[in-house]
Design a protein around this ligand. Structure first.
Ligand SMILES: Cc1cc2nc3c(=O)[nH]c(=O)nc-3n(C[C@H](O)[C@H](O)[C@H](O)COP(=O)(O)OP(=O)(O)OC[C@H]3O[C@@H](n4cnc5c(N)ncnc54)[C@H](O)[C@@H]3O)c2cc1C
Ligand code: SF4
Ligand code: SF4
Ligand code: SF4
Length: 361
């Protein structure tokens, strides 16, 4: 990947975004390309590939790209989405909490929604041998269990939306860039997007690609990816191995590998999801849950019996929104430094500050 300082807006082609590191591998361009010109290669899972011979220059890939979208509608991030309620939750099911990332709230919600037939499928980010990304259409609770845990690298799960499948009501679990891409895919009526009934967002500070994680952060330090069973970020990047040994890598080392796509990303929490889930502000083994709208509230009430919950303190929403504000400020700074553009200034206005000073609404 060649990184250089662009002088103009990146709205020329997806190829350009890929070349300058502005891709966060959400998978939506792959779903949107009806000609098979944009594709994912499981043998080289750090990026999207484009096949010139198949490309008809229709620009669908660019239209659905959540990174290009920042230029088209920067105003969308100006008004901070206000949660309907904020709480802490964790799974009541030990089978889930023992294998999940934090409280297992996401996996519990997916499993419960599948068991109660509230949804027919969920699009999740799984892995196979050596942590290879495995975009997954989970049709059973077992499929969902196999996708538990955070992978701190890109997984293009949205490519699963491109093809039709025997599922009418689909839940998406994704990072904020993926959730915002779903909006664009829906506008184009791609594949199964009209069947998306619920969107669950994960709080996200930054991310790296598969190769950076496995080669630069693991292999170059003599860490065998096959023996790593869990990765986490708690002040440091923590890699837990099968014998309970924990490798600690300074966050600054991880951050050096973060692509420009994540530096320009203005969302810590997703403005477009029905529910956002993370660990920020929660005790170990718990999640912070921000229910964002009525649809999210309805879903949460329907699966609540699978979860133990407690009210979040006022400081938690302050913490989450302050981090979101910081991310928007950094994104605006990035737009200035990288593109020489003030477009990123639109990511932040007084509305966000008002939410922070008001606390829970
Ligand atoms: C790259 C990344 C950065 C994050 N940054 C933060 C942060 O800064 N602050 C914070 O509070 N929380 C962050 N999170 C969220 C946090 O790590 C947990 O995912 C969240 O608390 C849910 O926990 P859980 O126990 O409910 O998850 P689980 O029940 O274990 O479920 C995890 C779900 O996450 C999905 N998933 C895993 N990896 C990925 C991926 N790479 N891309 C898309 N989906 C994925 C899987 O489909 C799975 O369904 C981040 C997550 C990721 C993947
Ligand atoms: S321009 Fe059209 S054909 Fe070419 S990669 Fe993008 S979506 Fe596919
Ligand atoms: S961010 Fe998503 S849509 Fe944009 S180039 Fe990367 S994979 Fe394709
Ligand atoms: S920081 Fe933004 S662009 Fe990067 S993975 Fe997270 S949500 Fe996607």
């Amino acid at each position: 990947m060649v990184l250089w300082k662009p002088k103009e807006t990146p709205l020329t082609s997806v190829r350009y975004l890929l070349e300058v590191g502005l891709c966060s591998l959400c998978g939506s361009c792959i779903a949107a390309c009806s000609w098979g010109a944009a594709y994912f290669d499981f043998g080289r899972p750090s990026q999207v590939f484009l096949e010139d011979k198949l490309c008809v220059n229709c620009s669908r890939c660019l239209i659905v790209c959540p990174q290009a979208m920042l230029w088209v509608r920067p105003d969308l991030y100006r008004v901070a989405a206000k949660p309907v309620s904020v709480l802490h939750a964790r799974s009541k099911d030990e089978r889930i909490s023992s294998i999940a990332q934090d409280g297992g709230t996401i996996t519990s919600m997916v499993v419960s929604a599948l068991e109660k037939k509230i949804i027919d499928a969920a699009i999740l980010a799984g892995t196979m041998g050596r942590w290879t990304p495995k975009p997954t259409l989970a049709l059973t609770p077992r499929d969902a269990l196999e996708c538990a845990k955070s992978k701190y690298f890109y997984i293009p799960s949205l490519l699963k939306l491109g093809r039709d499948a025997d599922a009418e009501r689909i839940m998406i679990v994704g990072l904020p860039c993926q959730i915002r891409a779903v909006e664009r895919l829906a506008e184009l009526g791609v594949g199964m997007t009209h069947k998306v009934t619920y969107k669950l967002g994960l709080l996200c500070s930054h991310n790296v690609d598969y190769e950076s994680m496995t080669m630069k952060l693991m292999m170059q330090r003599g860490i065998n990816a096959d023996r790593i069973v869990k990765m986490d970020i708690k002040g440091k990047l923590l890699l837990h191995d099968v014998d309970n040994k924990v490798y600690e890598i300074p966050l600054s080392t991880y951050e050096k590998l973060v692509r420009p796509s994540c530096h320009q990303c203005p969302e810590f929490l997703s403005s477009f999801s029905d529910i956002n889930v993370g660990s920020r502000g929660a005790l170990n083994g718990w999640n912070t849950v921000l229910v964002m709208n009525e649809r999210g509230e309805k879903l949460f009430n329907e699966v609540a019996d699978a979860l133990e919950t407690k009210q979040a303190e006022e400081r938690v929403i302050h913490e989450v929104y302050k981090t979101d504000k910081r991310k928007k400020e950094r994104a605006a700074e990035f737009f200035r430094d990288f593109y020489g553009s003030e477009v990123g200034g639109s990511f932040l206005d007084n509305e966000t500050l008002r939410v922070i000073s008001r606390g829970r609404t």
